[in-house]
Design a protein around this ligand. Structure first.
Ligand code: ZN
Ligand code: ZN
Length: 106
């Protein structure tokens, strides 16, 4: 019944930066540019039909973990994701600065 947290190993090409992502089963965003794709209803189920690209719009630290917030460019839904060890940390830092800059300008 409950299809939550299904694990699927899959490789995919990032539609934002064309990086070849090798899936670990938990991968839901590109480790290079940190963009994601709206393919899950529940994490890992790939049941969402939207398939819009999801832009990283917010990034913050929660305890020891970095949390990335993605917003779908097609349907505007927002989702929280944990940064994984495989992610490009330089990009995480760059993005956090970019987001901080944007917040300052508001
Ligand atoms: Zn990418
Ligand atoms: Zn969407």
């Amino acid at each position: 019944m409950a299809k939550r947290f299904t694990k699927k190993k899959e490789n995919f090409i990032c539609e934002h930066c064309s990086w070849a992502v090798s899936g670990t089963g938990y991968t839901n965003h590109c480790p290079k540019c940190l963009w994601s794709k709206h393919v899950d209803i529940n994490p890992g189920d790939r049941d969402e039909e939207c398939s819009g690209l999801m832009k990283p719009v917010d990034l913050y630290k929660e305890g020891q973990n970095w949390v990335l917030v993605h917003q779908c460019e097609r349907c505007d839904i927002k989702k929280r994701n944990r940064i994984s060890e495989d992610d490009d940390f330089d990009e995480v830092i760059r993005l956090s600065q970019e987001i901080a800059d944007k917040k300052m300008k508001k």
